[in-house]
Structure formats: structure tokens, C-alpha cells
Design a protein. Sequence first.
Length: 435
Amino acid sequence: MSTMRPTPETYDAIIVGGRPAGASLAMRLGRQGMRVLIIDRANFPSAPPVSVPFLMNSSMSLLDELAVPESEYAHDAPRLRHFFVEYKDYFRAHYAVSEVGGRDYIYTVDRERLDGCLWNHLARFDSVTRLEGAHVLSLERDTSGRVSGVKLRLEDGVEQVVEGRCVVGADGRYSLVARQAGARVTEQRTDVDTSALYAYWSGYAPYDADPTGIQIHTEGDGFCMIVMPTTQGRAGVVFQGRSDRFNVTGDAQTYYLEGLRRYPALWRRLAHATQVSSIRGIKRMGNLYRQAGGPGWVLVGDAFHQKDSIDAQGIYDALLESKLLAAALVDWKQGAISWEQAIERYEREALSATRSMFHATLDRVKREIYTELPSWAARSVLRWTMTDSEYMRRFSLLLARRIDPEAWAPPGVLLGALARGLTGDLRRLISSPRG
Ligand SMILES: Cc1cc2nc3c(=O)[nH]c(=O)nc-3n(C[C@H](O)[C@H](O)[C@H](O)COP(=O)(O)OP(=O)(O)OC[C@H]3O[C@@H](n4cnc5c(N)ncnc54)[C@H](O)[C@@H]3O)c2cc1C
């Protein structure tokens, strides 16, 4: 909790939002001696309202750059090296996590711990002032209309105006900064919205013999569920599905349990388990980009770009965008480029770094959640593809951001998978004993 008041100085940057995007940006700017005020309405440690996150090894590499030690944010979270994708009882594919920066594992990280850890590390930077428990209420503008600061309400109810040479909206998917600045939505996909409910469970049965195997199960009916092993022997269990069929009309808890019961293979694992958290969830995950910035303001993280959680890329994108933005803001502060040039460069680089993955993710949602295949196609074409070793290797590389998302599954790879699958089936048929 903090009741401190920001000093009346003019900050180089006021950052609204102190989680992955905002905190990592503040660290990078603080490293360059820029005067930063970072504000969050939450008190740390705390988790964001919704997120049951895989922390990818690509994200950990970016945290290494910030000298945030893995032992602090991961603590007792198990290292997850495998995930199993099941399609009804038709087939099961075993994927290995692709190595990044010497790590061949990911975590289901405790967001309260991760975000608290990032917030604490801001104390390393003398030029960064942290303000928690403070709501940003609106943007302030100068006579030319340029954003020049924020009005905020401190924890004790006092309202105050703080001036900054720029204001950064790192305030998440419902960004107040974006709304107040009038940021345009520059690209949006509404055809593949999903919704999700999740809770934490303890005492769940391990997947086969591996308690740290991630289980992703679908019945090919527009829904899927994911078991994410995490700290203290618990697992996050997510029920996710296409939004047009996700009709939580009554009690969300009942809807969630009914959803999980659709998957006997999962339900058996939970037979002796206890749900140890209340239900959380999100209706209609947005898939969009906003205009990156304008006079005196700029967006980063989910405020700039948000997408379906199915490929678990949100934290990575937030950390990556903040790295690109920090470089542009430092050049601007040093007078090497104008504000307009800084925003233009940041937007171009951020789009180039994230946009093809955005579409790869949404194409996958369309293919694997929205498309209902006849059973013969799921048992053959889909199985041949999703259990093919080359396809699986490339998919793991995609999630690790080690392959161009536009080229991860070219026609040659898909045709090869089909040919190998068909040949394998024929061989088995021929060699199986008759009668
Ligand atoms: C169901 C679900 C599952 C997900 N799973 C994954 C996953 O497995 N892996 C992954 O990498 N990502 C996942 N994500 C995405 C991930 O949670 C986000 O991409 C990430 O949190 C974005 O970080 P951020 O810093 O941009 O915003 P946020 O984490 O949303 O932080 C924004 C901060 O801004 C503060 N704020 C907002 N408005 C104000 C205001 N007016 N005044 C002061 N403070 C304010 C908030 O308090 C908050 O702390 C998931 C998301 C959802 C919804």
C-alpha cells in the first residue's frame, strides 16, 4: 500500500499500469536515467483480475534482460516440458516444449508473484517513482490538445494532477488511456471470439505418470479445456469455447462444472480433487490492435494489442513491445528523433514483431475451436497432421517464437504430414494380423 504523493516535477514518462508491459518499460527507461512515474490502482503483490498464465521461455529470456531472477518469479512452480493434445478419444499427440535461451520448459506462473516481483524490482532504479493504489481518472491536455499529464485519485481520496512529457497506457485490455486519447482500433477480428472460465484445483490425478504434463483436450464441438500444473501442487483448469456457444445464463460455477463434465478423460482426473479457488473468467476475449500513439500518448501491452489466450503469447508480446517502445522513447528523450518519429517507429516495429503471430493464433482458434470436422476427417486428416513429428516440432517452435509465424506450416509440411500419416496407417493395416 502506498499513500505517497508524486512530486510536482514533470516526468519524462507517466506510465499507467504496473504489470508486465508497464513495469518492464519503467525498468528499461529507468536504466537510461529517464524520470518515470508508474501508477497502478492495484496494490502489489496482486494478480490481475483475469489471467491463468503460461509463462513461456521466450518471456523468461526478456526477463533475463531486465535482471529479474527466475528463482524469484518461478519459486516452487514446476517446470513444464510436455503438453498433450487430445482430440476426443480419436488421437493424442505428445509435444515437447521447444528450447529458448537454454530453457526447455515453461511455467504456469503465479501472476501475483510475477507481477509483485516486477513491481519490487522497480525499486532498483532511482529515477523511477512507484505509486500503487492510485486510480488514473483522466488525461490532461495542454492548449494545443497534446496529452500533458494525468489526473489521479490517491488511496486517501485526494485528487491530483501530475505532469509528464508523455503518458504511456500500459493499462490492459480495457485501457482508460486508449479511451481518453481516442485511440482508433486499427485491426480487429470478431469472427473467432472465445470466452473462458477457470479455477484452481488441488489433488488432481497426474496425466499418465507425469504430474507436470499439460493436458489440452477438445471434443471438436467448439470447446476445449486445459489443465495447467502450477505451484503448491495445484493446477489451473480452464474451460474455453467459442463465445457464440458460451451461454452462462445462470451460475458460472455450475456452468463451469457442467463444461468440465463433458470431458470424461478430464473429469476422471478431478474425481478426488478439490476446487481451491473461486471461478474467474472472461467473456469475449477481444482480438485487436489499436493505434499505437498520438500527441503525447502511447499504448503498450494489452492496451495496444490483445488476442486470444490459446497460444499464451500475451506476456511475451507485452515484454517485447515495451522493449521496442523503450528504445524509441530513449531516442526521443535524447533528441535523436521527434515524438512523431518515435511513435511511427515503435508502431512499425511492434506490428512487425507481433502481427503474424496474432493471425497464426486466430487462424488456429478458427481451425481447432470453430471448425467442426466430420469424425472421418478428424480420425484421418487431422490426426495425421497433429501427430506428425515435423508438424509438432514446428508448432512448438511457433509457440516459442522461434519460427516465422507466416511460414510455420507451409503446404509442403502439411502435405508431408498427410503422406506420412496415410503411409503409416496403410503399413499398420497391412502388417496387422487378420481375423
Ligand atoms: C483468460 C486469460 C488467459 C491468459 N493466459 C495467458 C497465458 O497463458 N500466457 C500469457 O502470456 N498471457 C496470457 N494472457 C494474457 C495476459 O494476461 C496479458 O497479455 C498480460 O497481462 C498483459 O499485460 P499488461 O501489462 O499489458 O496488462 P495487465 O496485466 O492487464 O495490467 C494492466 C494494469 O493496469 C492497471 N490499470 C488499469 N487501469 C488503470 C487506471 N485507470 N489507473 C491505474 N491503474 C490502472 C491495472 O490495475 C493492471 O494492474 C491471458 C489472458 C486471459 C484473459
